[in-house]
Write a protein that binds this ligand. Structure first.
Ligand code: ASP
Length: 337
C-alpha cells in the first residue's frame, strides 16, 4: 500500500516535473536557444524586387554571406558585440550593393546624405549621425558621437566636424556614387515603374549581435530613401525608431519606410512590449510587423537575451542573414525562404 502510494506520488511528481518542464519549454521556446553568441543582419527590404534577375540575387546572397561570416568569426573569437556590429556594418557600408556608405541612394538633387546609429545594450549608450556627406563610414562616426561627446545625435556639418576632430579624413562625395544607383535615380521619379533589374532601391543595412558575455548591440546605416528631399531624416539614426539594444531584453535594427518606423517608435515598441507586457520576442516583433505597421512597409531583425533570432517583415523581400554558435548560418531574400 505504502509502495503504491509512493509510486503514485512518484508518477504525479514526474508528471508535475514534466508538466513544469513542458510549460517552461513552451515559455522558453523563444528564449532558450542555447546559443552562446548570435548575429543577424539585414540589407534592406522591398517588394518590386521580386523580378530581380538571378545573377543580381546571387550577388546579394554572396555579400550577405561575407558579412555574416565576418560577424560570426568575430563573435567566435570573443569580440564584444558592440565592436562586432560596428565592424560588420562598416563592411556592408563599403559594399556598393547596399544603400549605406558606398552605394548610398541619391536624394532628389542627385546627392547623398547618410544616416547611422549604434547602441550598446550593456550600458544603453548610443550615438547617431544624420545627413553626413563626406564620411566614408557613418557607423563609426555614430560610435564616436556615443563615446567622445555628451550627445546622442549630431547632424550635417557638426557631425562632419567631429569626424575631422577624430582625424577621420573626409571622402569626396563622389565616393558614394555607383552607376547602378545613378541609373536607378536617372530612371525618373519614384512614380515611374521600379527597376528591379538594378537590384534594391532601398538596401539599408543593419546588424544585431549577442556576444559570449551575453551583451547585446545594434547598428543601422543608410543612404535613406531614393528621391528624398534634402535634409530628410528617416528612422535609421533615431534611437528607438530604427535601432535599439538593451541587455536582458533584445537588440533591434529596422528597415523600411522610415517615416512609418518613426511614427510608431518601432524599435522601442518591441522592447516595451517585452519589458512591460512580458511578450516573448518573436510575438513582440511579429505583432509590430503585422498589427502596428502598415502593410508592405518594412521589417525588423531582432536578437533576444539568449541569442534567439527573429526576422519578420511585411514586404515581399528582406535581404537577411542569421548565424549562431549552434551552427545556424542562413541567408535569405524572399518571404517564403
Ligand atoms: N529606413 C530607411 C529610411 O527610411 C530606408 C530603408 O530602410 O530602406 O531612411
Amino acid at each position: 500500500m505504502l509502495r503504491t502510494v509512493y509510486i503514485h506520488f512518484a508518477l504525479l511528481a514526474a508528471f508535475a516535473i514534466t508538466a513544469v518542464g513542458q510549460v517552461m519549454a513552451v515559455e522558453l521556446t523563444d528564449q532558450a536557444t542555447g546559443a552562446t553568441y548570435a548575429i543577424a543582419i539585414h540589407g534592406g527590404c522591398g517588394t518590386a524586387e521580386r523580378l530581380m534577375p538571378a545573377d543580381v540575387q546571387a550577388e546579394y546572397r554572396d555579400s550577405l554571406s561575407t558579412a555574416l561570416q565576418l560577424g560570426r568569426k568575430l563573435l567566435r573569437d570573443g569580440i564584444a558585440s558592440l565592436q562586432v556590429v560596428e565592424e560588420v556594418a562598416r563592411a556592408m557600408e563599403d559594399d556598393p550593393l547596399f544603400n549605406a556608405g558606398k552605394g548610398a541612394a541619391f536624394n532628389n538633387q542627385g546627392e547623398h546624405e547618410l544616416d547611422a546609429s549604434i547602441m550598446d545594450g550593456r550600458t544603453m549608450s548610443c550615438g547617431a549621425v544624420a545627413g553626413v556627406r563626406n564620411v566614408k563610414n557613418p557607423i563609426s562616426l555614430a560610435r564616436s558621437v556615443m563615446q567622445n561627446t555628451e550627445h546622442v545625435l549630431l547632424v550635417g556639418a557638426g557631425a562632419e566636424r567631429l569626424a575631422e576632430a577624430m582625424n577621420v579624413p573626409p571622402v569626396d562625395p563622389d565616393y558614394f556614387y555607383t552607376p547602378r544607383l545613378r541609373e536607378l535615380w536617372a530612371a525618373g521619379d519614384p512614380s515611374n515603374p521600379p527597376r528591379p533589374d538594378l537590384g534594391l532601391s532601398r538596401g539599408t543595412i543593419g546588424v544585431v549581435a549577442m556576444d559570449k558575455q551575453g551583451n547585446l548591440s545594434a547598428a543601422t546605416s543608410t543612404g535613406g530613401t531614393s528621391f528624398k528631399m534634402p535634409g530628410r531624416v528617416g528612422d535609421t539614426p533615431i534611437i528607438g525608431a530604427g535601432t535599439y539594444a538593451k541587455n536582458g531584453v533584445c537588440a533591434i535594427s529596422c528597415t523600411g519606410r522610415g517615416e512609418e518606423f518613426i511614427r510608431h517608435s518601432v524599435a522601442h515598441t518591441v522592447v516595451a512590449l517585452m519589458e512591460y507586457k512580458q511578450l516573448a520576442m518573436h510575438d513582440a516583433v511579429q505583432h509590430v510587423v503585422d498589427d502596428v505597421l502598415e502593410p508592405d512597409v518594412g521589417g525588423i531583425i531582432a536578437i533576444g537575451a539568449d541569442g534567439s533570432i527573429a526576422v519578420p517583415f511585411n514586404t515581399q523581400a528582406m535581404l537577411r542573414g542569421a548565424a549562431d554558435s549552434s551552427g545556424r548560418f542562413d541567408v535569405a531574400i524572399w518571404e517564403e525562404e
